[in-house]
Ligand binder design. Structure first.
Ligand SMILES: NC(=O)c1ccc[n+]([C@@H]2O[C@H](COP(=O)([O-])OP(=O)(O)OC[C@H]3O[C@@H](n4cnc5c(N)ncnc54)[C@H](OP(=O)(O)O)[C@@H]3O)[C@@H](O)[C@H]2O)c1
Length: 228
């Protein structure tokens, strides 16, 4: 199912604690902001499509990420938002949230009800060479890289489409025993067989006194074809 989007990449990008694989606590990040890590995330994902779950969107205060096409996967959100419009194209139902079209945000925000639907839509748009269909916001998905940015089920459902993984390991002890979520891409079936390590860069954040490491991985089959 690995996706070839006209030389663009399809990737998981995430950060976990080095021990216990914790990615979130009480619907927030488990550690205070690490500017170097946030910069890496922003530079990687800018001008791309970012796909997130409803709780991750809520953890951002329902404020979309700037300079990116934001896709929220949710079955319940469409019933809670008033300024949205439903579209049906290629047998896929999705929603465009118009409140984010205003100058304050000016960011495209879409809701799909499954990762499979988003990916079928993106693959079909790119298969057409991204020709624009008036009124559908169709061009937003054409010729762009795609990043699965969390949470757990989005990573799990997105993983089979990915040619790359960006993984940050944060060396910080997370003491909590409840209301946390954990994820480790190395637990995905066949990850250490199918992906090869590409880069490993170590950093130290002096304000938070935290070390972290950013690692990237490439799917073996991408070495032979243009999927990233
Ligand atoms: N460390 C990191 O890299 C990182 C990245 C992102 C988020 N986080 C953290 O992770 C936590 C949020 O993640 P989470 O795993 O709890 O929740 P999440 O995946 O962000 O959101 C879960 C919700 O998304 C929708 N959803 C997810 N997968 C779906 C699917 N396959 N089909 C249909 N709907 C789907 C459902 O919404 P409905 O109930 O509305 O249908 C589901 O209840 C927060 O603490 C956040 O700060 C960490």
């Amino acid at each position: 199912m690995l996706t070839n989007l006209a030389n663009k990449e399809t990737a998981i990008i995430y950060a976990r604690s080095l021990t216990r694989n914790i990615i979130g606590v009480r619907n927030s990040m488990p550690w205070p902001a690490l500017p170097g890590e946030l910069r890496f995330f922003r530079e990687k994902t800018e001008n791309s499509v970012v796909i997130m779950g409803r709780r991750t969107f809520e953890s951002l205060g329902q404020k979309p990420l700037k300079n990116r096409v934001n896709v929220v996967v949710s079955r319940t959100l469409p019933a809670k938002i008033t300024r949205l419009k439903m579209y049906s194209s290629r047998g896929i139902v999705y929603y465009r949230v118009h409140e984010y079209d205003q100058a304050e945000y000016s960011v495209p925000v879409y809701i799909f009800t499954s990762v499979g639907d988003v990916m079928r839509y993106i693959i079909s748009v790119n298969g057409d060479g991204g020709q624009e269909e008036a009124g559908l916001g169709y061009a937003d998905f054409s010729g762009k890289s795609v990043f699965f940015i969390g949470g757990v089920d989005i990573f799990r459902d997105g993983y089979p489409y990915c040619g790359r993984v960006y993984e940050t390991l944060v060396d910080r002890k997370i003491e909590t025993e409840k209301d946390f979520v954990s994820y480790n891409v190395h637990d995905e079936d066949g990850f250490d067989r199918d992906f090869v390590p590409l880069t490993q860069d170590k950093y130290y954040d002096e304000f938070q006194d935290v070390s972290f490491e950013v690692c990237s991985y490439l799917h073996r089959s991408c070495a032979h074809r243009d999927c990233s």
